[in-house]
Each structure stands twice: as structure tokens, then as C-alpha cells.
Design a protein around this ligand. Structure first.
Ligand SMILES: O=C(O)C1=C[C@@H](OP(=O)(O)O)[C@@H](O)[C@H](O)C1
Ligand SMILES: C=C(OP(=O)(O)O)C(=O)O
Length: 473
């Protein structure tokens, strides 16, 4: 475990250039597409995000074109590379683990070993740590490989629901069992997938990741797939991102009302260039919003991004931040201007909620927030985490039905505040900008940022923040 860090900033000014790593969301989609295309599609600018590094490592071993190879190895002798006896602890392992600098340090302590018998010794074992998209995408992808695989993750991952996707995969013809609790990882995926239907109906209001997972495998299914989305669709831009990326690699779709159809079809030979991460950019917008003067350049971000979180440019315009796309990136500039907007909806951009709510709190700007329903099942219960940590500066976030109100009337600025991060990268990164308002911000378990933005603390240093106690692992 890494020591806490203490962040401070002597002046409320920001300038320079920050090169952000690739989008975790784009990269994870691209990696699955690359695997299913059997290498016809290549991924460029692979993200440094630990979640993407983990997924890439898993796919290196478990991909359609590695089956022949791994099967040949399995025929000779049980492999020690990517196999583990089922009763073993999930501690440091070999091939299918991410490098030690990644985010597994937090979770190895409280990870539960599988308790049930895993059947024959040909069971492979995949541990994706805290990576939600990787867990969901692999749950759709792995059954197609005709292998027996257990997939698990951190203790928190074992509390993040996956029943809707497992039900859909079972209807499609996958053989999947729950190892511990119905509806949650770890999952035991069995070989022998045979497509039973080309039509699935799926709830849209819990996580769009289930829908993306199914859409990514759709062109590789012998019968193709029509997905009927039941009820409202949350995080819609992420589904649009999936379809746009599939289109880039030659996969056509139709989307009429609630039905998305993708026929079985080949991938074209091409490459996918992963754009920098707009969710990561949001922390720089937050920092700029809390500065008196700010001029920052973020290279390679575009106004026509596939990432819904690029809407941060519009949101932050309310806080006086202008975004100018030129020189192959975006220039942020702070203009003194009163904040007018009082209502923010995060249904289409849930990962921006913490960023914006902390900015409002830091500025003492009372506001109303909607679209926070899915925050409770992410890396932590983000609503509860926000409520606890904002209370440390006297700010209240109260829930009335699905509407949340921020009350800054009793806001107080202590000399120092210590922020818990709850194994959530976005708690650490959303609260770091508070150092422009509170003289010292101490952040617990700062290594959580590795999940999506490993260079976050060193980038803060580059931008003139003092980050005490930070060391590159
Ligand atoms: O598909 C994706 O890449 C993501 C979808 C969103 O999840 P939900 O669809 O569960 O809201 C988002 O919060 C997550 O960080 C990434
Ligand atoms: C919710 C997130 O990620 P995931 O669901 O992929 O773990 C996130 O990055 O904010």
C-alpha cells in the first residue's frame, strides 16, 4: 500500500501542456474488436490505464487466434502460464496478471478465493481486478472462445451486478455459472457456446456496458444479433461510441426505436486510433475552473470525439472555461464570469459527476444534480462517497428521490482536509483540485488513479502543484 499524499498549490494559476493517455473506454472496445477480428484490426495509442493494460494482457492469452496454440499446450501438459489451481489464492500470478505497478495492490488483500469446486483442471483463470468494462466485455467475449474460464475481480467487482448480461448470454447460448453469489462475479464460463437465438431483450437502465458487450460480439455471432433495449437507456453516448467504433472497422448496424441490429459480418483490415481520455481531461477543466488564471493545452483532443465526456467543454463553459480547438488539440482558458447554471444532468456522462460536483462545492455554488442513479454501482457507491467527503468542508449533498441538492451554506475551509478514495480513481482525481481552495489536501490510497490515469500525480507536479509523498511505484 502506498502512503497518503499531500497536495498543495501556492498560486491559483495554471499554464502549460498536458499530454493525456488514451481513453480507457475507446481502448477497451478497440482491444476486444482487435481480438475478434483476429488481428485484422490494429489498435494504435493503447491507453496506459491499468484497466486497459489488464484487458490487453488477458486478450494476449485468450484470443481466437491463440486458441490453437493454447489448446496444443493444454494437450501436452497442464500449463503453468495462465492456469491456476482453483483453490489457490489470487495473489501474484503470472501471465494473465497485470504488471506490479498496476492497481491490484489495493485489492489483493480483500479478494476472495473461489470457494466452489471449479471442475476439471482445464479451467483457466482470469482476474481483471477493478476493471468494470473489462469484466462486462469479457463476459460476452470469453464464451465465444470455447474454453473453460473463471473470471473474477476485486471484492468490489464481486458486488457489481452482472446478472442482466449473464442472462442475455445464457439466452444466446453461453454456459455460465455463478461461483459465489447469483448475479455477481466470479463467473465460471464453460466451453460449448452454440447460438440459440438472434434476438435478445435487455434492460437499458442499469449499465450500458452490458449492451456494449453484446454489440461488440454481435458481428462475430453466426446469426448476428438484434438487441431490444427495454426501458430507458442510461449512458447512451457509450453505446453510440461502440457503434461508431464498429462502423470504423466496417461493421454496419441499424438502430430503429429500441432495436439495434448487427448482422454477422467481417471486419475490414484497418486500425483504430485511440483518442486521449476526455474523462481525464475533465480534471484539468476542474482545476482551471478553480484557478484565477488558466491557459492549458491538451494535445490530440478533438471536438468530434466519440467520447460523451467531451461534453465537459459545454459544462465548464458555465464556469468560465473556454475551449478552443486548434494546433491539434484543445486550448483551455479561464475567463472571469459569473456562474449561471444551477442544474446539471449526468445520465449521459456519469463519470463527470464527481468532477463537477466537487467544483460546485469548492466554489460554494449551490446546484441541483440528476442522473446519478448508476453511481451507486460503480467503483464505490459514489453518491455516499461524495456525501462523506464533501461533509469535511461543510457541504451537504442531499438526495430527494432522484434529485440531488448541493447546499454550500455552511461551507468552511479548513487548513487541511483528508480525502478517502474508496478504491475509486475518480474520488482521488475529482477531489485533488480542491487544493486550489484548501491549503492542504491529503489523499488516501493515491495509487487508485492508475485505473484510468496513472500519470495523474506527476502531471499535477508538472502543472505546478506540490505533491508530497508521491513516488512512482
Ligand atoms: O462503456 C464504457 O466504457 C463505460 C460506460 C459507463 O458505465 P455505465 O454504462 O455502467 O454507466 C461509464 O461509467 C464507464 O466508466 C465506462
Ligand atoms: C465506472 C468506471 O469504470 P468501470 O465501470 O469500467 O470500472 C469509471 O471509470 O468511472
Amino acid at each position: 500500500m502506498q502512503a497518503n499524499i499531500i497536495i498543495s498549490k501556492a498560486t491559483k494559476t495554471l499554464s502549460g501542456t498536458i499530454q493525456l493517455t488514451g481513453s480507457k473506454s475507446e481502448c477497451n472496445r478497440a482491444l476486444i474488436i482487435e481480438a475478434l477480428s483476429k488481428g485484422k484490426v490494429k489498435v494504435l495509442n493503447i491507453s496506459d490505464a491499468a484497466d486497459a493494460v489488464t484487458l490487453a494482457a488477458v486478450l494476449k492469452v485468450h484470443s481466437p487466434w491463440s486458441i490453437v496454440h493454447s489448446q496444443a499446450v493444454a494437450d501436452r501438459e497442464p500449463s503453468t502460464i495462465d492456469r491456476q489451481p482453483p483453490t489457490m489464492d489470487h495473489g501474484p500470478s503470472t501471465m494473465d496478471r497485470q504488471p506490479p505497478t498496476m492497481d491490484h495492490r489495493l485489492s489483493t488483500i480483500d479478494r476472495q478465493p473461489p470457494t466452489m469446486d471449479h471442475g476439471p483442471s482445464t479451467m483457466d483463470y482470469v482476474d481483471i481486478g477493478p476493471a468494470g468494462t473489462a469484466m462486462r466485455f469479457l463476459t460476452a467475449y470469453l464464451p465465444l472462445l470455447d474454453k473453460n474460464i473463471i473470471i473474477t475481480g476485486t471484492k468490489r467487482m464481486q458486488q457489481r451486478p452482472i446478472g442482466i448480461l449473464v442472462d442475455a448470454m445464457r439466452k444466446l447460448g453461453a454456459k455460465i455459472d455463478y461461483q459465489v453469489n447469483e448475479g455477481f462475479p466470479p463467473l465460471q464460463i464453460h466451453s460449448g457456446f452454440q447460438q440459440k437465438t438472434d434476438r435478445i431483450s435487455i434492460k437499458g437502465n442499469i449499465s450500458s456496458q452490458y449492451i456494449t458487450a453484446l454489440l461488440l460480439i454481435a458481428p462475430s455471432l453466426p446469426l448476428g444479433l438484434t438487441l431490444e433495449i427495454e426501458g430507458e437507456l442510461t449512458s447512451k453516448p457509450y453505446v453510440e461510441m461502440t457503434l461508431a467504433m464498429l462502423q470504423q472497422v466496417g461493421i454496419q448496424h441499424t438502430w430503429d426505436d429500441n432495436n439495434i441490429h448487427i448482422a454477422n459480418q467481417p471486419f475490414k483490415e484497418t486500425s483504430i486510433l485511440v483518442e486521449p481520455d476526455w474523462s481525464a481531461a475533465s480534471y484539468w477543466y476542474a482545476i482551471a475552473a478553480l484557478c484565477d488564471e488558466a491557459e492549458l493545452f491538451l494535445p490530440a483532443l478533438t471536438p468530434y470525439s466519440l467520447q460523451g465526456d467531451s461534453v465537459i467543454t459545454e459544462i465548464m463553459a458555465n464556469f468560465g472555461i473556454t475551449s478552443q480547438f486548434k494546433d491539434g488539440g484543445v486550448h483551455l482558458q479561464k475567463e472571469a464570469k459569473p456562474i449561471l447554471r444551477k442544474i446539471f444532468d449526468f445520465k449521459e456522462c456519469p463519470d463527470l459527476a464527481q468532477t463537477v460536483i466537487v467544483v460546485c462545492a469548492a466554489l460554494g455554488h449551490d446546484a441541483t444534480f440528476t442522473g446519478l442513479e448508476t453511481l451507486k454501482i460503480k467503483e464505490t457507491d459514489r453518491v455516499a462517497a461524495l456525501q462523506n467527503e464533501l461533509a469535511k468542508i461543510g457541504v451537504k449533498l442531499t438526495e430527494k428521490g432522484q434529485v440531488y441538492k448541493l447546499d454550500c451554506s455552511e461551507k468552511q475551509i479548513p487548513e487541511k482536509v483528508t480525502i478517502r478514495t474508496y478504491e475509486d480513481h475518480r474520488m482521488a482525481m475529482a477531489f485533488a483540485p480542491l487544493a486550489l481552495v484548501v491549503p492542504q489536501v491529503e489523499v488516501e490510497e493515491p495509487q487508485v488513479v492508475e485505473k484510468s490515469y496513472p500519470a495523474f500525480w506527476s502531471d499535477l507536479e508538472k502543472a505546478g502543484f506540490k505533491v508530497d509523498g508521491y513516488s512512482i511505484a
